[in-house]
Each structure stands twice: as C-alpha cells, then as structure tokens.
Design a protein around this ligand. Structure first.
Ligand SMILES: [Zn+2]
Length: 376
C-alpha cells in the first residue's frame, strides 16, 4: 500500500469513526485537555479541534501555534503520545468468587447515611476556597468543621492541615488517621475534595458525594482493625488547581509519612449514574493495579468498570506524580452529570445506590490490601 493511500485511509478512518467507538486514538500531534470546565471548553474550542473523545479522555489539535495560546489555556492542556492513552472497558479477567469476609464489610455500607453526609456538606453554603477570603464563617469553613467533627466522633485522630493563609481564614485539608500498630505497617490513603466551584448549597455531586464517600469509608472501617495505617483526607482547593492535594503530598513528604503510603484512592463525583459504568482513572504505569481494581468491581458491585488513562484534573494526580499507585473512581464521564460546575448541581437526581457501589468497591480494595478484622 502506497504512502498516500495509507494516509488517505487514515484520514477516512478518523473522519468515519467517532472517538467514542474506539478505545485508543489513531495518533497525531495532540493535546490532552486537563479541564472539562464548561467555560474552559468554550475557550479552547475556539482555537482547537477535538480529534478524540471518550469518557474523560479528550484530545485536541491546535489551530494556532502553541506559543500563541493565552497562559490560562496553555496551562490546561498538555501534549500526549498515543501510547499513554486508553479509554474503554477494563480487560475481562476471570470472575473471582466473592469472599464472605469482604461481603460482611461491604454490607456495613449504608446508602442513606452516605446521602446524609453528602446533604450536610452540600448545605454548608458556598464551598469554594475563595470564600475563605470573604468570611471566617464561609461554607468552605462550615464543611471543614463538619467533616472534622464527624471524623472525631468516629474515633480518628484529626488534623487540620492548613497550607494557605486567606484574608479571613486559613485554607486547610482535613486529615483523619488511625495507626495499625502492626510492625512493618504501611499506609492506605483515601482522598476526596470537599470544596466546590462555589455555587450556594450546590456541588452535591462535585464533590460532596466523594467527600461523603470518604466519611462513609471511615465510618465502616472504624469497626475494623487493619494491618496498615489508614489516612482519610478531605482535600480543599481542588477546583483551584488541586492545591489541597499537592499541599498534602508535600506535607506528608516533609514528615516522612509519604514513603509509608502504599496505595491511594480518590473519589470525585460518584453519584450520577446513567449507564452503570464506573471509570477508574490512572496512568499507564499503574494499569495492572487498575485492572485488579476492575476485577473487584465485577465481583463486588453491579457496575461495569472502564479504565481511563492518563490521569488529569483531580486529587489523584499529585500522588501519581509522587510515584504512588493511585486511581480515581468516578462516574462514567461519557454520560456525566449535566449540572457539572453549575448552580444546578443539587441532590435531586443523584443515585446513592450507585455511589454506594463505588464506596463498596474502594472498601473491597482496602479489604484486599489490609487484612480487616472486626473490632469486637
Ligand atoms: Zn471535583
């Protein structure tokens, strides 16, 4: 086949086949979008063409020279090679038999309690970190206090991990810990951001749902001894460039705790369900771990696992960059919440049975890694 015919076929292939049908792009100099915020999508749309789109993985080709892009746009894209990319169903491995001890842990997940946590966080007011400049009693502060109180009531040691002075208050993550006490114990970290883009009493799915998931996992695990230390983080400032999670990694590094973290799990937007699919997002180097998690999803939930690579735009990124096996569990981005980053991101229409399945999956991962024993 001559070069030109091959090129023509490639072009035909590109034009005829929508990205959603193929798990991998056909190649070309392309950039991964590191934000799907509606305002950013509109701006980047004026200077680029979408060449691949499946789930959270959207690639564009630029219509202008990269150097001509405004800094605000340039910081939210990065060049990718086709080898980094996959978005589609997880490989179908042999279905494992469910273990009774794991099922007993998962049976403790309570969809109503999970919804209650999410509702309480949603109703704190305006939860963007920027509100900490406006008032010492902002919605962001209310959410921090409410979450810290909940962890304390469960028996965890709670740290207010502050990393930035704001005009009226401090910007902090809330970190809850429990030591295993076993010799040679490592740590498993669970994270989900509690801030929102800032609409009043909104951000229910993004990400009251994921931070409620962190609380629900902590609540269930408060009834178990584990072989490893447990660290629960509700991160702040995710919507301002993942600042809380980056600060958390930096602080854990300074105290030497980061080297103990064997695994981290992120939940961001876990309660909008259209098609029974969970996306598990990571980077290529950890795809075997993601496949293992996907196998647990098939065993312990009613949802179908998809793998999305590479990672972008949420609290798992700083941990991946630090070399820690980490994945994001998130609703299927192909059919994600239409109220994403809008004032209508309310509790109506959210699915707590689906969110519970994501919480169960992440608990099954911990059960598989940390040998849980019920506390009598
Ligand atoms: Zn989010």
């Amino acid at each position: 086949m001559g070069m030109h015919r091959r090129l023509l076929l490639l072009i035909l292939f590109f034009t005829a086949l929508p990205g959603a049908l193929s798990a991998q792009p056909a190649g070309g100099a392309s950039y991964l979008l590191l934000s799907h915020d509606p305002a950013f999508l509109e701006e980047i749309g004026k200077v680029s063409t979408v060449v691949y789109s499946a789930g959270r993985t959207r690639l564009v080709e630029l219509k202008v020279a990269p150097g001509e892009l405004p800094a605000a746009l340039a910081s939210k894209i990065r060049p990718v090679s086709p080898a980094e990319i996959y978005n589609g169903p997880a490989a179908a491995g042999a279905l494992k038999a469910a273990e009774p001890a794991v099922l007993a842990v998962l049976a403790k997940v309570d969809a109503n309690r999970l919804m209650g946590y999410a509702e309480a966080i949603t109703m704190t007011g305006k939860r963007s970190a920027g509100q900490l400049d406006v008032s010492a009693a902002s919605g962001n502060r209310q959410a921090m206090d409410l979450i810290a109180k909940s962890f304390t009531a469960m028996g965890y040691a709670v740290e207010r991990q502050c990393y930035k002075d704001r005009k009226a208050d401090k910007e902090c993550n809330i970190v809850a810990r429990r030591k295993s006490g076993k010799a040679g114990a490592r740590a498993i970290l669970v994270i989900g951001h509690m801030d929102s883009v800032g609409h009043e009493n909104a951000g229910a799915d993004d990400n009251a749902s994921g931070s409620a998931g962190v609380l629900e996992m902590a609540k269930v695990l408060s009834g178990y001894k584990a072989d490893h230390d447990l660290i629960f983080v509700t991160a702040n400032g995710e919507e301002n460039g993942i600042t809380g999670s980056y600060a958390c990694v930096k602080k854990l590094k300074e105290t030497g705790e980061l080297s103990k973290v064997a695994w981290a799990i992120n939940m961001d937007m876990i309660s909008w369900n259209k098609d029974g699919i969970i996306e598990l997002e990571t980077n290529k180097e950890f795809s075997a771990h993601a496949d293992w998690v996907a196998a647990l999803a098939r065993t312990y939930t009613k949802q179908q696992p998809y793998i999305a690579m590479p990672a972008w735009g949420s609290d798992h990124v700083p941990f991946l960059e630090a070399g820690i096996p980490t994945y994001l569990s998130i609703e299927h981005w192909e059919n994600h919440n239409p109220c994403y980053h809008k004032a209508c991101d309310k509790l109506e229409g959210l699915r707590w049975d689906y969110a519970s399945d994501i919480v169960k999956l992440n608990l099954a991962v911990i059960a598989g890694k940390a040998g849980l024993t019920p506390i009598k």
